[in-house]
Design a protein around this ligand. Structure first.
Ligand code: NAI
Length: 337
């Protein structure tokens, strides 16, 4: 027997029930980059999701340990995959693939160096998806999301498997931050607050629609400025507090698990599942845009209109679109250069 029984060559571990009839009904989910700062807590949360019957954990390092650890949870099955030669097995048969793989910026690395490395990782992983599970729903977390989603689309187009309804950039962290910060200002439980966040997933492209908060409320212009800026810079708040020890991983894993659960409920056929996501869209003149989308059996079933924007939001939208256009172009040319 392998010393890592839950790794690819070992038997599939079924929690406490491995000799019973086979896999429980539910969805097969892969996490690519599963040993990372986001990947590990995300693996934990997905292993707890009752809609997940089989969880595949893929990374280029450390998956045996993470998988052994997670496999002791008395929930669904998990299997680990280590390194590029095991990518195809990690992906085959998956219903949902979540991608938090990437490398952090290291000293001496420019933004462009980082872009090229992470864009290359996204390309390789999406080539695997096109080959092994072209019908899977894909949740892209790897930054820069504004570019990695267009990169994934170009890879899928080249492979002839592109279905825009199945490719979703994860912007849920912006929404959960917005709900939390708005809840603080209003003195409400953040679980009762819903703030649409549109545009993209970096700096000024993150555009919270504070005029459309549910429950209905109003803010002073100071509050609008403070909240907008805090939501746009939430990532920096965490990076500074961690003081060299990393960026947002726990809140991101929570956000990714929340979004993945919405995708799975949509796949199951639940009605009325609406989340914000960065997707191929005609809601503006840009090819990709984050807005509220309705999720269903085929992925993104409807892109909801932006609704009425106030003057502050219209100005924000123009700024966001300018930057987004460049990020989208950068992603597209990375694949077609
Ligand atoms: P991390 O460095 O802790 O983990 C990344 C993992 O990816 C590592 O385990 C690494 O081994 C793995 N990896 C590297 N190359 C790979 C490959 N070719 N195939 C599979 N796995 C590979 O980084 P962290 O903090 O988990 O962040 C991951 C990504 O998520 C980064 O790009 C980060 O910028 C992004 N992020 C996105 C957010 C969002 O809201 N969408 C929020 C926070 C981070």
């Amino acid at each position: 027997a392998s010393s890592h029984p839950q790794m690819e060559e070992g038997p599939l571990l079924m929690g406490s029930n491995c000799r019973a009839k086979g896999a429980a009904p539910g969805f097969k989910v892969a996490i690519l980059g599963a040993a990372g700062g986001i990947g590990q807590p995300l693996a934990l949360l997905m292993k707890m999701n009752p809609l997940v019957s089989v969880l595949h954990l893929y990374d280029v390092v450390n998956t045996p340990g993470v998988t052994a650890d997670i496999s002791h949870m008395d929930t669904g099955a998990v299997r680990g995959f280590l390194g590029q030669p095991q990518l195809e097995n990690a992906l085959t048969g998956m219903d949902l693939v979540i991608i938090p793989a990437g490398v952090p910026r290291k000293p001496g690395m420019t933004r462009d160096d980082l872009f090229n490395i992470n864009a290359g990782i996204a390309r390789t992983l999406c080539e695997g998806i096109a080959k092994c599970c072209p019908k899977a729903i894909v949740n892209v977390i790897s930054n820069p999301v504004n570019s990695t989603v267009p990169i994934a689309a170009e890879v899928f187009k080249k492979a002839g498997t592109y279905d825009p309804k199945r490719l979703l950039g994860v912007t849920t962290l912006d929404v959960v931050r917005a709900n939390t910060f708005v809840g603080e200002v209003l003195g409400l439980d953040p679980r009762e607050v819903n703030v649409p966040v549109i545009g993209g997933h970096a700096g000024v492209t993150i555009l919270p629609l504070l005029s459309q908060v549910n429950p209905a409320c109003s803010f002073t212009s100071e509050e609008v400025n403070h909240l907008t800026s805090r939501i746009q810079n939430g990532g920096t708040e965490v990076v500074e507090a961690k003081a060299g020890a990393g960026s947002a991983t726990l809140s991101m894993a929570y956000a990714a698990a929340k979004f993945a659960d919405a995708c799975l409920r949509g796949l199951r056929g639940d009605a009325g599942i609406v989340e914000c996501s960065y997707v191929a869209s005609q809601v503006t003149d840009l090819p990709f845009f984050a807005s509220k989308v309705r999720l269903g059996r085929s992925g993104v079933e409807e892109i909801l209109p932006l609704g009425p924007l106030n003057e502050f939001e219209r100005a924000g939208l123009e700024k966001a679109k300018k930057e987004l256009a460049q990020s989208i172009q950068k992603g597209v040319s990375f694949i077609n250069k």
